[in-house]
Design a protein around this ligand. Structure first.
Ligand code: NCD
Length: 308
């Protein structure tokens, strides 16, 4: 039962619940009209304390496509935060104004704190370098859409695995599906956090291979998930500059990949995928962003108890 729940961490959703969301999202994608009044009379609040394009607007689009309404802010500077209001007070008040809330915050744990004071479901729209569960819903929906099943997949995840919250949520989620193998490609400074790696291996006994080389592994994976180096989480500009060109995917490198590769990226892209790659039929990151609207529609509807 998803109704009334908070979605803060990727592990808040069981594999069965993930499948329920993905299946509803696929139905919504196939026939959006049918769901155009599903959330009539309901209000979504978007509280974004950190920049966002896709996540905020795809949540808004999702709610509007189901006949609901949206309130919120995308710049904390113009909200009462500026006057020194804390998250607990903000959410206590805002959860009287909306039926469901999505929050993005630069501090890890902020949406969890908010959920403890909220009368309505809180969805984590990304908290610092920690988690981003609705990007993961988007990602697994994309895998299901193109690969038909979320099993027996070798996935390479490349880029900033230390600070990339989409990566953390994706690893936590995919590791619970059958026969998933990970190739984790990053500069040695940006490897996945040790505790995350250990907990995944210990709990789910999945295969993880860590490497610094994209070229050596691009040829034998079913999915390649590129990510940007997370500039805003670095302590020094110099360190960022040193690492920002670590991986650049070009048509030349893609020549060695499988014909049926699924190439993903949560976006925004900086320089890690060259623009020529966009023409390649295996590049699905813009489709992935499109599917994200349906993933969020399904999630909102289920949390509001409005799935049918
Ligand atoms: C991601 C994020 O905010 O973590 N963006 C998104 O929501 N699609 C990825 C990123 O910023 O690199």
């Amino acid at each position: 039962m998803l109704q009334g729940r908070h979605i803060i961490d990727a592990s808040d959703l069981s594999v069965e619940e993930l499948s329920t969301i993905v299946n509803l999202a696929l139905k919504m994608n196939a026939d959006p009209e049918k769901f155009s009044n599903l959330c009539k009379g309901k209000i979504l609040a978007t509280l974004f304390y950190e920049p966002s394009t896709r996540t905020r607007l795809s949540f808004e689009s999702a709610m509007l496509r189901m006949g609901g309404s949206v309130i919120g802010f995308s710049d904390a500077e113009t909200s009462s935060v500026k006057k020194g209001e804390n998250i607990a007070d903000t959410i206590r008040v805002l959860s009287n104004y909306a039926h469901i809330v999505v929050m993005r915050h630069p501090r890890e744990g902020a949406p969890l704190l908010a959920s403890q004071y909220s009368r309505v479901p809180v969805i984590n729209g990304g908290d610092g370098g920690h988690q981003h569960p609705t990007q993961t819903l988007t990602d697994i929906l994309t895998i299901k859409y193109y690969k038909k099943d979320i099993r027996d997949i070798k996935i390479a995840i490349c880029g900033d695995l230390l600070f990339g919250r989409t990566v953390h949520s994706l690893l936590k989620t995919l590791s619970r599906f059958p026969n998933i193998e990970f190739v984790l490609i990053s500069p040695s400074e940006l490897r996945i956090p040790y505790h995350l790696k250990n907990s995944i291996i210990e709990k789910h006994n999945v295969k993880i291979f860590e490497t610094t080389s994209l070229e050596e592994h691009i040829n034998d994976v079913n999915v390649l998930y590129m990510t940007r180096i997370q500039k805003e989480r670095f302590f020094s500009e110099d360190e960022y500059i040193k690492l920002k060109g670590s991986y650049i995917l070009t048509p030349e490198k893609l020549k060695h990949a499988r014909k049926d590769l699924l190439l993903m990226h949560p976006l925004p892209r900086v320089n890690e995928i060259s623009y020529e790659v966009d023409m390649d039929p295996r590049a699905k990151y813009f489709e992935q962003a499109r599917l994200g609207v349906f993933a969020r529609m399904a999630l909102i509807a289920l949390l509001l108890g409005r799935s049918h």
